[in-house]
Each structure stands twice: as structure tokens, then as C-alpha cells.
Design a protein around this ligand. Structure first.
Ligand SMILES: Cc1cc2nc3c(=O)[nH]c(=O)nc-3n(C[C@H](O)[C@H](O)[C@H](O)COP(=O)(O)OP(=O)(O)OC[C@H]3O[C@@H](n4cnc5c(N)ncnc54)[C@H](O)[C@@H]3O)c2cc1C
Length: 357
């Protein structure tokens, strides 16, 4: 990453940490729609930098970028022209509404009802765990129809939409999570994103891949911040007549966290390069980056908390918050076990095809 690119990423990260991030939310939106048109590598650096300070805040960029991606890639030309300029400049804030009570990791279990009407569709049911749902102007909602899954933009001000706060989670505590109830909410045809029937296979799958890349970079950022905190503590805290860092077992903890952070950096950058250079996702690279980086965040945060001893257990202390936020990274955008299953499946397929692993 060049110096000017990094300087731009830092400026955008600072803006994203402000109460009104404005055009910094348009990282990946094409310039012709008023966005910044950044590469995925640069978008990733912004995600990393914001997460070093606030994983909750970074989550806003993740979900907003996922919705922008869905509209930009799968929306009709008319929908793109109508919605993207406001999304690109943050005048409209977007959130991603996929999860339901019985549709978590298994997104094919959507239960929300979506019936055809004369001019579109009518939604009834509930979505939950929507990051920044309390502040969003528009939601990208996924629902089942008689013609297969549908993805559509639904304005939170539309009749039949009720937004409520979710119980506060221990990680991502500031991520403004919401549940949203739809009661015969009308969705006109021109708000549908992509073909009816392809809502999960195309629209959600593609947006989730971007979400995984963004969260991989964010996890790397949290891992870096945690390694920094662990090292400061190892240097600054004296016990048994010397600083903690003189103890071999403490050095082992620092070394393991450092290796995990370095691996996360390389895998995140490789995954971003795959989309920037080849123009299409290399699923293996994105899955591997998310898996490794979220585990790096967990390892480094646990190390930082351990080296802080009792102070690391103080509720709301910086390292306590890191441990809690790192747990979220192992659950969202594909939990760790699901990703392990997918990566193992790819390895086995390569083996069966005779590839020399
Ligand atoms: C802070 C936060 C923010 C969120 N933001 C959003 C959002 O903006 N939009 C949205 O739609 N959703 C959001 N979610 C929901 C999130 O996507 C789901 O929590 C996630 O998909 C997992 O679903 P679940 O919690 O129902 O866990 P479950 O699906 O019940 O899984 C529980 C556990 O079972 C194991 N498991 C599950 N599947 C497999 C498998 N195939 N193989 C092996 N083990 C498995 C894993 O250990 C997993 O952690 C958010 C959640 C949190 C906590």
C-alpha cells in the first residue's frame, strides 16, 4: 500500500469515526454514482483502521458497503441511478436484514412471508440482529416468495415497518442493533434488487462475500490493537522484580499473537488483490482470510486480557471490550465452524481433482 493511499485511508477512517461519516461511507460505490470508487484493498485498509479504534463503528461501514454492493451489482439501472447517489454520500444510511429467529447460519430457512400484489410484494414477519438498524434509512431485506428468495430495499419510514432496539450484545455494544417487524409492508417492483428467485444465490451470497472481506480486515485491525495493548502491558507491568516481558511464557504469548496478526495481514491483502486484479472473488482466499483474521483477533485479544490480569477483567475496560468484540467476529458473516467446513470442502475437492496440495 503506497503512502498516499494509506494517507487517504487514514482520512476516511477519521471521518467514519465522526457522528456523521457522510461520503466516507461510499468507499466502493462507483464514482459515476457519486462514490469514492476505491479498490477493495483500500476499502479493506479503511475497515482495518476504523476497527482498530471501534469495531462497532466499523460494522456500519461493512453493512452499508454490502447494501451498496448489492444495488450496484444486481439492481436495475433505474434503481442504481435513483438510490446510489444518496447511499454513496451517506445521505441515506443502509443496513442488511437477513437473519431471523430461525434463520441464522442457515439462511435458506427464511420464514418471512412475501406475497405478490398488483404492483409488487407485501412483507409480513420479523428480522433481527440488524447492525445499525436503529439508524438506517433503508434496509436490504431478504424474504421467500413462491418464485424463490427475493431481495428488496425497504425504507424504514414505509408504512408497516416497526424498528425496535435489540437487547444489547456484549460485543459490538455500540452497533445500534435492531429488530424490524414488517406488517403487510408494501414493496413496489422497482425496489427489488436482482431477479426474484436469485435473492440468496446471487444478491446475498455476493454481498456476504464482501462482508467477509470487510470483517477479515476489521478483525486484523482489532488484532493489531490487541497486540499493541498486550505489548505495552508486558513492557510496563513489573512483577517478581522485572517487567513481564522478561518471562519466557509471556514472550511465547506475544510471539503467537504476533504471528497470527502477520498471517491475517497477508491473507487479507491477498484476498483483496484477488478481486481487484481478477475482477471476481476467489472464494478460497476470502474464506481463508476471514477465518484466520477472526481467530487472530480472538488470540490477540485473549493475550492482551490475560496479561492485564485482574485489570483485564474489569467490565468495559479496553481489553475486555476487545475480547467481546473479537467473539462477534467469529460469529458474523459466517461463523468459524461453517467457514472451516467450507475451506475443508475446497481442500478435499482440490485433492480429489489430483491437485498437488
Ligand atoms: C453483533 C451482531 C451483529 C449482527 N448483524 C447482523 C446484520 O447486520 N444483519 C443480519 O442479517 N444478521 C446479523 N447478525 C446475525 C448473524 O449473522 C448471526 O448471528 C449468524 O449468522 C449466526 O446465526 P445464529 O446466531 O443464529 O447462530 P446459529 O446459526 O444458531 O449457530 C450457532 C453456532 O452453531 C455452530 N454452527 C452453525 N452452523 C454450523 C455449521 N454449518 N457447521 C458447524 N457448526 C455450525 C457455530 O458454532 C455457530 O456459532 C448479527 C449478529 C451479531 C451477534
Amino acid at each position: 500500500m503506497s503512502g498516499p493511499d494509506l494517507a487517504q485511508a487514514r482520512r476516511l477512517a477519521d471521518q467514519l469515526l465522526q457522528p456523521d461519516p457522510g461520503p466516507a461511507l461510499g468507499t466502493l460505490v462507483a464514482t459515476r454514482h457519486g462514490g469514492l470508487g476505491l479498490s477493495h484493498a483500500l476499502h479493506g485498509e479503511v475497515c482495518r483502521l476504523v476497527a482498530e479504534t471501534s469495531p462497532s463503528r466499523q460494522a456500519l461501514l461493512t453493512v452499508h458497503a454490502m447494501v451498496c454492493r448489492a444495488v450496484g451489482r444486481w439492481g436495475s439501472e433505474e434503481l442504481r441511478d435513483r438510490r446510489l447517489p444518496d447511499l454513496a454520500t451517506g445521505r441515506t444510511v443502509a443496513a442488511f436484514a437477513l437473519s431471523e429467529e430461525n434463520a441464522g447460519s442457515d439462511v435458506r430457512s427464511l420464514a418471512i412471508e412475501c406475497r405478490p400484489t398488483d404492483d409488487g410484494w407485501e412483507l409480513t414477519g420479523e428480522k433481527q440482529w440488524i447492525t445499525y438498524g436503529l439508524e438506517a434509512d433503508v434496509l436490504l431485506v431478504f424474504a421467500g416468495t413462491e418464485r424463490g428468495p427475493l431481495a428488496a430495499l425497504v425504507d424504514t419510514s414505509a408504512p408497516g415497518v416497526e424498528v425496535r432496539a435489540c437487547p444489547r450484545t456484549s460485543g459490538f455494544a455500540e452497533a445500534r442493533l435492531a429488530s424490524v417487524r414488517f406488517d403487510r409492508c408494501r414493496v413496489p417492483h422497482d425496489q427489488v434488487v436482482g431477479r426474484v428467485g436469485s435473492g440468496l444465490a446471487h444478491v446475498a451470497a455476493d454481498a456476504l462475500t464482501l462482508g467477509r472481506l470487510s470483517i477479515a480486515f476489521a478483525s486484523w485491525g482489532l488484532a493489531r490493537a490487541a497486540l499493541r495493548a498486550a505489548t505495552q502491558r508486558a513492557v510496563g507491568r513489573h512483577q517478581f522484580g522485572g517487567p513481564l516481558h522478561e518471562r519466557q511464557l509471556v514472550r511465547g504469548l506475544l510471539a503467537d499473537a504476533s504471528v497470527a496478526v502477520d498471517a491475517a495481514q497477508e491473507l487479507c491483502r491477498r484476498a483483496a488483490r484477488s478481486i481487484d486484479e481478477a475482477g471476481e472473488w476467489l472464494q478460497h482466499d476470502v474464506l481463508t482470510a476471514k477465518l484466520a483474521a477472526s481467530r487472530a483477533a480472538a488470540t490477540a485479544a485473549a493475550t492482551a486480557a490475560q496479561l492485564h490480569g485482574a485489570a483485564g477483567l474489569l467490565e468495559g475496560s479496553p481489553v475486555d471490550v476487545m475480547v467481546r468484540d473479537a467473539r462477534v467476529y467469529e460469529v458474523i458473516e459466517g461463523n468459524t465452524q461453517l467457514l472451516q467446513d467450507l475451506v475443508a470442502g475446497q481442500v478435499l475437492a482440490r485433492h480429489r481433482s489430483g491437485e498437488d496440495l
